[in-house]
Structure formats: structure tokens, C-alpha cells
Design a protein around this ligand. Sequence first.
Ligand code: GLC
Ligand code: MG
Length: 608
Amino acid sequence: MRSFAFLLVILAVALACPSQTGFKAPQKRSVQHRVESREDVPRNWLESGLVYQIYPRSFQDSDGDGVGDLKGIISRLDHFVQLGINVLWISPIFKSPMADFGYDISDFTDIDPIFGTIQDFTDLTAAAKAKGLKLVLDMVPNHSSDEHEWFIKSVNRVDPYTDYYVWLDGEQPGVPPTNWLSVFGGSAWTFNEQRGQWYLHQFVAKQPDLNYRNPLVREELKNILRFWLDRGTDGFRVDAVPHMYEDPTFPDELPSGDPTADPDQYGYLIHDQITWNRPETYDVMADIRQVLQEYEDGDGEHRVMMTEAYVPLENVIQYYGNESFRIADFPFNFALINGISNCLYYCNVTARGYPYNGTQLRDTIVEFLNAIPSWVGPQGANWVLGNHDQRRLASRYGEALTDGMIMVQMLLPGTPVTYYGEEIGMKDQFISYEDTLDPQGCQMGPDRYEKSSRDPARTPMQWDDTFNAGFSTSDTTWLPMGDNYLTVNVKLQKENLISHLNIYRTMVALRQEASVVYGSYDFPIVDEDAFTLTRIRTNSTSYVVVLNVGLQERRFDLSGVTGIPATAKVVVRSIQAISGETQIGFTINTSDFPVGAQEGLVLSFLGL
Ligand code: GLC
Ligand code: MG
């Protein structure tokens, strides 16, 4: 009986955790203070818009199998219209064995049956277009699935696929050709018996790295992009860009000296310029832009490109390209995740009880704005508060700061990027090891999985207070539902005037105001406990966000701030706010007003 129970546990673990794990190294940064104010003009629908990331497995299930799908997304498009969102980025929906939940693709030009069919995709594009929504797909160039026919042919040395992947002989039997590690942990090499060689995989073994030194592979990528552009796609988010090239001399990597990394963990070695962050990646990104440009030249409609690269800021910025050739519309800016507080990888919660201070927040923002090339300008910035690889906003900063961070994100120059559920303050859900599915969590084993698993931030969208929060009619959903869905859901927050959702919607609407589109920005009052952001345009309705990062109520005096008059109107405040002095619609004296602990306020006034 005991051994039977034990077997069951093993089986559950095996089912839950089929493969491997690791973590992404934190970035180093240096801060200089320099703020410029200028008139910005958005160049296109991305710069004037807002990107919303849909993790399709978790958005809306239409067929009752417990996994979200394309028909489900179609049924929820009004959600975006109501919130003023114009750009949808959908995590991979292509054919996949789901070893990394769609980031392991076995056919780049087909839809996985779990999500639907090509016809469903065509329907989605048409429905989105009819509602004025742009659709951005998630392209994964670094690797395919080992079940892709290219890989199967490559194993069998069928030309031209023989060199589509990175194959190497080892020096001794059983010993990988180099000491390289997978991002998810363990060797980055797996021996293939049939071919008698090792293949490289920077992620799990089921994600063999494509060989971008082979010109045919670069052509394949372009043709895949064209396939989806022909079907109405408005652009791409490009995945795992820094991993695309390796040093062709295959040297071993040096130890990083990071005491928190075990020898089989990614952080144990220094990857820079060897397996990561090599200059050749910019050439492939330029290829992608060229393809997008073909389509843009065809119909005059802008096509977008967002690059995912967790690299040092100076390298992030290079993905913008140069003045005569813009590559990415934007390289994702992860500064508000990695630069401040990231409890997934290293938690900065201080003795003060909260993860950041006002000065740090300002410095992190200014550092990015200052790094943007002048020919791009601040309107080409972007602000990511969460994604499917990170702790959720409300869990990382704490629930009380959620509204304040949304206020800041929405009024900064540049494009906000919202991860599904952020608009209602969804939190990370505890997931037991038995229920863990993410390869990045599984590899760590039961004692350490919690630090690495990305499952907690991937639970189904919470639409209402009915069964499975309205996400699915299935008895079991692919990941458990967040256990707070009775109180944290879209329906309730729509009905309740004081809610994260209503704050979100109001803030999105403010982005259309002339002062926010064209006005100057500044951070006039900043200290350990305070952060302020102004968007001022003379004679236009202008705004200031006042955020009290501290744990005590505090009174503010903005009377010395250029452009702010003696009185202002309260337009938005965090849901926990209780002061009778700062109710929505009240006029307050800007020389003296209270802001509660971790509370954000948005005031409006006629810019002087
Ligand atoms: C990117 C994705 C992540 C995925 C990895 C491998 O970092 O965001 O989810 O696991 O690439 O494709
Ligand atoms: Mg489904």
C-alpha cells in the first residue's frame, strides 16, 4: 500500500514536471540623472497605443477542455474595446508539444489544435480588425521543437536540413562538447544516438537551437513571418533574442562566482558574447524589419516588432537600430521588473517593508529615458510591469502599490505593456509541486521549485464569480484557478466604481489627453517615500501623479512646482484611499493635501 502511494506520487510528479529549469541573471545598472522635457509626437499606432499580452492557455476557454483558445479570445474582444486597448500580443499559438507551453514549436505555420485552426485565426484577425484592434504574434526564432520535421530530417542528415541545428561531436563519449548550461538548468547539449552527435539547446532538450549561421535558416524565418503577415498579422514579439548565436569556436564559459547558483544552474557561468548577447543577433532582427517593411511599403500600414532581450541596457538600446534603419519599434524595457524589485529571482523587500523607494523608482525610469537615442525620443519608450515569465505586479510590488504603479506606467511617455489580469490586480497563485507544470519550476525539484516556477503568474483570467471565474466549463483547468476570484474579477470590478479595473480604464483614457501625448514630463518631488510625475502642457488639462511609496500617510506641497497652479482636481486615487479631503472630483490646494500609505493620486489642472 505504501509503495503504491509512493508510486502515485512519482507518477504525479512525472506527469506534472516533464522536463527542466533555471533562471535569468539580474542585470547590472548605473544611474545618472538627466531629465529632458520636449514635445513628442507618436509616430504610429504602437507609440500612441497600449499593448496587452494574452497568454492564450489562460485567457478564455470556448470548448470546455480547460485550456484557453482562439474562439475564446474572439468572444472577449469587447473587453479590450471597453478598456481602450488597441494592440493585442498573443503568446505562441503554433503547433507545439507544449514542453514549454508553446515556446517549443513543431510547425511554425499551423495553429495548435488546443487553440483552434487556421480558420479560427482568420476569424480572430477579422474580428479584431472590425473592432480596431491590432494583432501581434509571438515569434520564436531561437529554437523549434525536437518534433519539428526539420529536426527529424536533421537527425537523419537529410539535406538541406543537416545543418539546420547546432550539431557537434564530443571529444570523449558521454561528455558534452562544452560546459554550456541551459537557461532552464543542466547541460545545454543532448546526445542524439541516431545521428551520433550532440545538439545544442539553450532551453529544454525538446527545444533544439536553430543554426542561424546557415543562410537557409534565416530564409525560413523570413518566410514564416510572411506566412502570418499574409494572414493579417500586424507584427511580432520576438522571443529570446540574445540566445540566437553562439561563439563559432565553441569555447567553455567561465564561472560567474555567483554563490547562489548551483553548478548546473544557468547563473553559474558567464555567457556574455559566448552563448548570449552576441552582435549577430542584430542582423537577424534587421532581417525581420526588412520583411515587415515589405508589407508596410505595400499598404502603408505600420507593422511592429518588439524584441525580448534581458541584456544590459546599452545592448537593449541597440535593438532600436539607427537613424537610417529603425529595427525594433521597441526592445522591451524590463527596468520596472529587474531594475527595482523582482521577487522571482532576487527579492529586494527591504527592512522598510516594501520593495522600492521613490528615488530608486525615479532613477530606474530616468535611466531608460536617458538611454533612448534622441532620434527615437521618449515616445519610443515602453513600460513593462509583468509578463508570463515574471511575478505578477500585485505580488511583486504588493497589492497596495498596484494602482499607483499603473498610474505611473500610463502617464509616462511611451507605450505601456499590460500582462493579462494586471487590470484587475490579479495575484500570483500558490501552486503545489504536484500541480507544477512549468519546466523552469520542475527542474528544481520539490524543495526549490517555488523560486523558479512561472506557473503562479499564469493562472486563468478571472472574469466573474461563477464556476472557474467564467474561464471554462471544464471540471479541471490546465492550471488551478486563482483562489481569490470571487472578489477579484472583471465583472465585480466593472460594477464597483472603486476598483483596479476602473482606475486602469480611466488611466488609459488619460493617455489620449494632449498634455500626455505632447506635454513635457518631469519628476519634481522625489525622495525615499515619495514619487511624482507631471505631464504638463500650457493651457491644456495637465496631470500630476503623486505616489506615496511609504507606509505612513504624508502631506504634500506642490506649490513650488513649475506649471502647477494653487488648486487642482482629484481625478483618480488608489482603491484603498480613505481621506475625506481627496475624494474623486474634489478640488484641493496643491500646497497641502494628504496621500495615504502606498497610495497614488492623480490630480488635474490647467497647465501654466
Ligand atoms: C522567452 C519566453 C519564455 C520561454 C523562453 C524560451 O524567454 O518568454 O517563456 O520559456 O523564451 O522560448
Ligand atoms: Mg479550449
